[in-house]
Design a protein around this ligand. Structure first.
Ligand code: ADP
Ligand code: MG
Length: 251
């Protein structure tokens, strides 16, 4: 018995601007992602990768087409409803970490759950969850450091903990290793993969780097706003197959 997709896009189109400056960033894109799947999205700069991620996560609205998270159609929800869906179901990780500089690592991770007042039972649960998350991203010793006291790799690990703190079903990561060197990039990705497996999350990750994409179960290639190829990866992936696909697609 199959399980339905956790995330589904049907004929998704996004155009920016009007008249002569109109840009079609995404063109009738259809996509289904299974629960717990790790999908990498690759393609040349300007091919619509970030646009796709932003639409799927409800950070931006589609021009036409439909998006479903589980069975809930998020296209057409009010801003208020969309904010709730985003808060409950989606965690974002960005290339530039986006940590608040004046807060400690721990305070940054707590931002998504600090909304509204949290009382007794919640507080205890939150403390347990923080312990677990900081252990998961291997940052127990750095919980009280501010971002400027952390390396790029450490900052991104804090950002991963922040994305996981609400236990969202879906993690969306836009070039999470783009500002990291190879080794730290690899560390961050294995952490992301392990954390998501631990919590049962689905991941969509935009990347330029075949060595990052190889962590995924499947790679989707975008070109000019359309999915032009999909490459399933077996076991530990296959960097050569990814590089060959990129070469064929002229990236
Ligand atoms: N806010 C915007 N306004 C106008 N055009 C945009 C905007 N965001 C993206 N675009 C255009 O849409 C296309 C896809 O952009 P993007 O999704 O950021 O690509 P990628 O992430 O693959 O580099 C590009 O041509 C880009 O210039
Ligand atoms: Mg982008």
């Amino acid at each position: 018995m199959g399980v339905g997709p956790i995330l589904r896009a049907e004929d998704l189109t996004k155009t920016y601007g009007t008249g002569p400056v109109r840009v079609t960033a995404l063109c009738e894109t259809t996509l289904a992602v299974a629960p717990r799947e790790f999908v990498a999205i690759m393609g040349p700069s300007g091919s619509g990768k970030s646009t796709l991620l932003h639409l799927l996560g409800g950070l931006d609205t589609a021009t036409t087409g439909r998006i479903f998270i589980r069975d809930i159609e998020i296209t057409g929800l009010s801003d208020k409803e969309l904010t709730l869906v985003r808060r409950r179901d989606v965690g974002f990780i960005f290339q530039s970490f986006n940590l608040l500089p004046t807060l400690s690592a721990e305070e940054n991770v707590m931002i998504p759950i600090a909304i509204g007042s949290r009382s007794g039972a919640h507080k205890e649960k939150d403390a347990k969850r923080l312990d677990h998350l900081f252990a998961l991203v291997n940052m127990e010793e750095r919980r009280h450091h501010r971002p400027d006291q952390l390396s790029g790799g450490e900052q991104q690990r804090v950002a991963i903990a922040r994305a996981l703190v609400t236990e969202p079903a879906i993690i969306l990561a836009d070039e999470p290793t783009g500002n990291l060197d190879r080794r730290h990039g690899r560390d961050v990705l294995s952490l992301l993969q392990r954390s998501a497996a631990d919590m049962g999350q689905t991941i969509l990750m935009v990347t330029h780097d075949p060595a990052a994409a190889v962590f995924a179960d499947r790679v989707i290639f975008l070109s000019d706003g359309a999915i032009v190829r999909e490459l399933p990866l077996e076991g530990d992936g296959n960097v050569e197959a990814i590089i060959a696909s990129l070469a064929e697609l002229g990236d």
